[in-house]
Design a protein around this ligand. Sequence first.
Ligand code: GLN
Length: 477
Amino acid sequence: MSDYKTISATQIADDVREGRGSAVDFTSKALKLAATEGRELNAFITLCEEKALRQAAAIDQMSPELRAKLPLAGVPIALKDNISYTDYPMTCGSHILDGYIPPFDATVVTRLIEAGAVIIGKTNMDEFAMGSSNENSYFGPVKNPVDRSRAPGGSSGGSAAVVAQGIVPLSLGSETGGSVRQPAAFCGLFGLKPTYGAVSRFGLTAFASSTDQISPFARSAEDLALLYRVVAGWDENDSTSVAYDHPDYASVLELDRKLKIGLPKEYFAEGIDADVAATIDRARQALESAGHTISDVSLPLTNKAIPTYYVIASAEASANLARFDGVRYGLRESNDRSLEAMYSDTRESGFGPEVKRRIMLGTYALSSGYYDAYYNKASQVRELMRQEFEQSFKSVDLLLSPTSPTPAFKLGEKIDDPLAMYLSDVYTAPASLAGVPAISIPYGESSDGLPIGVQCIAASFGESLLFQIANHLVPRA
Ligand code: GLN
């Protein structure tokens, strides 16, 4: 059976709009692949077969005039299982949401459906989006399609795997500190972390609200731009969403000027894999020979990113996860001793070890007496990091760096060492804390055939430039 490695979302939408292809056929193929190859990879938690086929049939039956207006007509897509979609369970990769079915659609879901996309399933993920390998899921790890003994990255590992395997051409994940860029790098895909506030968080289960962003995966810069245009934009249901006049990104992919690009020297410190460093060097040479100017820049606070991120993200998570108490959502451990005991028994059996670790860390960082020393201090460092980025974008258009210090590591390799796992976010957490957009671009392979990603970071609302540089480095075949 052929898959979606060769047919792009752009082509599918064209075919369906012009009546050359049927949405039902495209959807059925994706569902079949999901049930076979998707299962082997453990990439899906739920398949949304019935609604998907109904949506697809409605698109096929539309008048050609109406169908012509759908930017994603008949394109099968998968959603990370922390995005609300009615009629199907939402687990967030956790046991604590057992039996929970969201009563409303996330804003991105409404926009996808209005654009003609067909949601075929909900993907596996690290529990509540905490992790860098997808091994923290209650539903077990996802396998990396490139090498099944390796992690697909996390926390949006399922959403990356289903696009890398060609089950769907597009998917949505979520980013808090790198959870789309890092899996994109591990699986050989394009992944964008948008400017904070560009995409509505309404219907995204909160992890660290001040950095969370729903974020797209695709196999080309063009498809990524197409999907991003559909989901981005102001939303009255999200008070942190920003009104911005988004261009039609996919139609302005040509880079029409020479850029000034900065290489932050702190991103090439100890711990970087030799193949990753060599890949960045190749990207640098390609850009220089295309006439762009590359210079060294310094972002001295980079080495504070991991402690800052883990204090802030855990503090926000401890507050956000307080709502899962056995009363309002999912699992309830019945306990006739007391209400207090019911809460604690539910949380004891419902949450996995990494989530508990973060809740404890976050509660401690927010407790009176420690708030100033930890949470406040981290917030101050974060603001300085934001200013550091702002300053650097006065002299360069983009920053170029690795996405991850290493290619995909083995499943099991880091699971017993949380600090080693946290360090894999060293290049992605800074842009998350600063709120600026960043993209991971698949750029070659390691000596043993594993994908390597290069990251470009832009100033706020510089997404157009990110799609252009991605398309420039890896033009569509
Ligand atoms: N790996 C990071 C963490 O565990 C990032 C997660 C994310 O972006 N959702 O917190």
